[in-house]
Write a protein that binds this ligand. Sequence first.
Ligand SMILES: Cc1cc2nc3c(=O)[nH]c(=O)nc-3n(C[C@H](O)[C@H](O)[C@H](O)COP(=O)(O)OP(=O)(O)OC[C@H]3O[C@@H](n4cnc5c(N)ncnc54)[C@H](O)[C@@H]3O)c2cc1C
Length: 341
Amino acid sequence: MLRVAVIGAGVNGVACAIKILEHYQDEKKTNVQVTIISDEFTPNTTGDGSAGLWGPYLLGGTDESKVHKWSRDMHLFLEKIWLSEDAGEAGVCLIPCVRLSTDPNASVGEFWRDIVYGAVDLTAEQLTAYNKNRDIKFTSGLSFVTYTSEPVKLLPYLTKRFVRRGGRIEQQKVTDLETFVRDSPYDVIVNCTGLGSRQLLNDDSMYAVRGQVTRIKANWVFTAILDESDVGNYIIPNTESVVLGGTHQVKDYSTKVCETDKRFIIDGCRSLMPALEHTQHLFDWVGLRPGRDQLRLESERRGRKLLIHNYGHGGSGVTLAWGCADDVLSLLVAAQIKSHL
Ligand SMILES: Cc1cc2nc3c(=O)[nH]c(=O)nc-3n(C[C@H](O)[C@H](O)[C@H](O)COP(=O)(O)OP(=O)(O)OC[C@H]3O[C@@H](n4cnc5c(N)ncnc54)[C@H](O)[C@@H]3O)c2cc1C
């Protein structure tokens, strides 16, 4: 029996757990047991307050070619769900999206525009419409179609899929990873603890990127609009509410709602879409993105055990989850071939 523990029940932990379990079961290798071990579960993970919009963002110096592969895999995974009868339950929606830039030297989505559907640069006429009443003008923009997969729906859906296949779940905080790897019965440990890795591994290259958002009721908003500039706002529709954003404060660990940020979000989004003035405020939310110099996805040998790290997904944990899970599985399979784990 191969025993696998995935630590962390955020979008990355759950994606890895299901990817590993489904792989071995589809290969008819039933002597593999996968357990998710975590101190928090949905709806209390970092992704649960996010809109879950597909789009690489805040990834430090992570290699672009890897980000391209991981995010493409997730897009294909979402496409598969969207085409299935599970789309509603999983909260996967196909939405039009416009990303706008104020940087005359930037080209929006240069390295990922081939992944989304129908990407076209905005015309000068379209930009003029977005620039009405603005001091700092948008100089370029990209219009395309992509997915949202709001984790507050995607996580329960994936967890159910995992449990249905015989996956196990345990609530536990791992306080000492070395001891856990050495003394627990697991042969393979996958570390998906997000920002928790800062403490668990004394990883100083990890830091919080604080994000505050506001949720409103506005059923008539169908298009996501994002200002790519550093002080930009965004509007992203989800199934039952619309997310207005947002902040990205590096090394800020406060999870309290800040009134100044709230004002910035509401005023900024209204300037992008004036009709938002007539909407109902639902609630405000703060999350700490797991920022890192670069995403860490690699394995280490600990005696006859294998420890795989998969954390530091910054502002793109949802966007990269399925692609990263695929690489985690490849590391596991490669280690098995080499050493008969
Ligand atoms: C405001 C905001 C908006 C965002 N919008 C988007 C978006 O639109 N699209 C997108 O792709 N991304 C978005 N993100 C980023 C995304 O939410 C994160 O990158 C993602 O949630 C990280 O997932 P994770 O599974 O790696 O970590 P987490 O979700 O943080 O999960 C970590 C898990 O590990 C557990 N854990 C930690 N330490 C321990 C321990 N010692 N023992 C046991 N368990 C432990 C935790 O309880 C948790 O279950 C947004 C983030 C914020 C804050």
